[in-house]
Design a binder for this molecule. Structure first.
Ligand SMILES: [Cu+2]
Length: 105
């Protein structure tokens, strides 16, 4: 009885311990071809959600672009692009928009 409780507690603690360290996140920008409606966006989003290391995505149907937050130790930007391409939307990684603007002196 007691050992079971301790075991459960230990499992609980180790599960928490695994989630506790804040994951390093990286943002990547992509150009996605072939999206025509909200369903396309939903489809891409649900594919992304199943990937390890995926954190968050903002997909813009009007500009055919996406911004994806992910943990680079789990998945790469290239892999993300490949996964979206594989479900029918040819995706290429883009440079950050900040790098395009002539903001620096
Ligand atoms: Cu669609």
């Amino acid at each position: 009885m007691k050992t079971l409780l301790i075991l459960i507690l230990a499992l609980f603690l180790s599960a928490c311990g695994r989630k506790a360290p804040p994951q390093a996140t990286e943002t990547a920008h992509f150009s996605i071809e072939g999206m025509t409606c909200e369903n396309c966006v939903q489809g891409i989003q649900s594919t992304l959600m199943r990937l390890p290391g995926f954190s968050q995505s903002t997909i813009d149907l009007e500009t055919d672009s996406a911004e994806i937050l992910f943990d680079p130790s789990e998945i790469s930007a290239a892999e993300l692009a490949e996964r979206i391409t594989r479900i029918g939307y040819p995706t290429t990684q883009m440079p950050r928009p900040e790098e395009k603007t002539g903001d620096e002196r």
